[in-house]
Design a protein around this ligand. Structure first.
Ligand code: G6P
Length: 475
């Protein structure tokens, strides 16, 4: 336990911070790049004078160089963890073990391997979580509120409570939570360690009731914890943690304004030149991420073109698949698989004046918004997803109404299911049929659905999501 020494009254901890830095050569100039996402806009809701500090990890050489030079965003603290420890914790545990478990991604040939090497990476994950707990304990004022984010930092709540029992601690999971039978493929001590780490919080919160319930089930089955009659409190070893649910919606005001700037208009013109002015567009925008199910999306589109020749030449699948987690071989292979399949479809059906799949892998936010505005159909078919904000963003900025094909395994399904065309993400035939239905939806029906989708999607803007968590921690 350390005495309160910091001044921060509100703290946020996440692996990825508000800004990343790059440097071209040693001693060269630092270039910063600002990220988006719920936390950035959520934090802006409390204003610059709230005494908030955001603790995050230095992700690469540029970030570490920024830490060395003492460069940081106001109100943020970046922790420079030994690069090998960071890589083992982030790539080796968070992204290839915990992410895989919660998204049910283990399948041949990507099977779980719990060997000596795994144990080394697990130790790194503990070190990395400890570094966060130390930094938070240093920065926090007496009785401060701390919001710890996501599966990277599952051990932080308990480690922080050991150091600073005076703090109010919340943990928020942005992912789904695995059902107990699947979760228990983790080694027993690791499965228990992650749950007990989170249970160090006063509140453990999730994007949907479904994920909160799965977490509770795991606590009962793995730890023998007890669950209150209403299912909202887990008690383990004499401590009680409240479970919360905070859906995260799209930031409607920001998106509508951003989507009408000149750079987006420019991308619209360019996209239209590439796809042809009159063709219908089936749009998807994702990180190139196994859980996003991009390959099955392409297979469904191929099936649509095979079985319904009337669409040939009339439709383009605009697939933006931005590089993600490329340090992991399975992500690199997945990226290649996506590109190969897109090429195959183009070779099978393409004509001199028609490219059936337009795959783009260079990240360009303005171009994503352009595609959102133009989309006739949005394809959001993840195997599993904590929420999925693309499903919420497209209807908000759509120019002429969009039909949403949505996986029932996305958290967003709970809020958008009624006005979407819902699919089982594994069922390629059903997805192909849903694409056809989406393309043929009468204009009035599509417009009415889009309006309802946009209303539901913006009901819980990031500012509200953030403030709700904070207020709930005060109770
Ligand atoms: C998910 C996780 C976030 C993560 C993001 C991007 O949304 O819940 O915590 O930041 O993916 O992944 P990356 O590994 O690039 O941070």
């Amino acid at each position: 336990m350390v005495a309160a020494q910091g001044a921060a009254r509100i703290l946020v901890a996440s692996n990825r911070g508000p800004v990343t830095y790059a440097v071209d050569e040693p001693g060269g100039e630092l270039r910063s790049r600002r990220g988006g996402g719920g936390l950035v806009s959520g934090l802006s809701a409390i204003g610059p004078d709230a005494g908030a500090v955001w603790v995050c990890a230095a992700l690469g050489d540029g970030d570490r160089e920024a830490v060395r030079r003492g460069v940081h965003e106001p109100g943020s603290r970046m922790i420079a963890i030994d690069p090998e420890v960071f890589a083992a914790a982030y790539n080796g545990i968070a992204n290839s073990v915990l992410w895989f478990v919660h998204h049910l991604l283990y399948q041949t040939p990507f099977e779980p391997v719990f060997d000596e090497d795994f144990r080394g990476r697990w130790a790194a994950y503990e070190t990395y979580n400890t570094a966060f707990a130390d930094a938070l304990a240093e920065e926090a004022a007496e009785g401060a509120h701390v919001l710890v984010q996501d599966y990277h930092l599952a051990l932080v709540p308990t480690l922080l409570r050991e150091r600073r029992p005076d703090l109010r601690i919340g943990h928020f999971s942005h992912t789904p939570w695995a059902p107990p039978d699947y979760y228990r493929l983790l080694p027993d001590d690791v499965a228990a360690g992650v749950l007990e780490g989170i249970l160090g919080a006063d509140r453990a919160a999730f994007l949907t009731r479904r994920w909160a319930d799965a977490f509770a089930d795991c606590c009962v089955r793995v730890l023998g914890a007890t669950l209150s009659a209403d299912g909202r409190e887990v008690t383990h070893r004499g401590r009680t943690t409240r479970l919360g649910v905070h859906g995260l919606g799209a930031d409607g005001d920001f998106l509508r304004e951003r989507a009408h700037r000149p750079d987006v208009a420019d991308r619209i013109a360019r996209l239209r030149a590439e796809t042809g002015a009159d063709r219908r567009l089936i749009v998807r925008v994702d990180r190139t991420e196994l859980s996003k199910n991009i390959v099955r999306g392409l297979l469904a589109y191929r099936q649509l073109l095979r079985e319904r020749p009337q669409w040939r030449g009339k439709v383009v699948h605009v697939a933006f698949a931005y590089p993600s987690r490329q340090d992991l071989a399975v992500y690199r292979e997945y990226t290649e698989q996506v590109a190969r399949l897109a090429e195959e479809i183009n070779a099978e059906f393409g004509a001199p004046d028609w490219q059936p799949v337009l795959l783009k892998v260079d990240d360009d936010f303005a171009r994503s918004l352009a595609a959102y505005r133009l989309a006739d159909v949005a394809l959001v078919n993840p195997i599993r997803d904590g929420m999925n904000l693309v499903a919420k963003e497209v209807p908000v900025v759509s120019d002429h109404g969009v039909a949403l094909v949505l996986s029932r395994e996305a958290g967003a399904f709970e809020e958008l299911g009624e006005d979407a065309l819902v699919v089982n993400p594994y069922d390629i035939r059903e997805t192909a049929a849903a694409l056809h239905t989406a393309l043929t939806l009468p204009d009035a029906d599509r417009a009415a659905r889009t309006k309802r989708l946009a209303d539901a999607a913006t009901a819980l803007p990031p500012s509200r999501w953030f403030l709700d968590q904070l207020h709930a921690l005060e109770d």
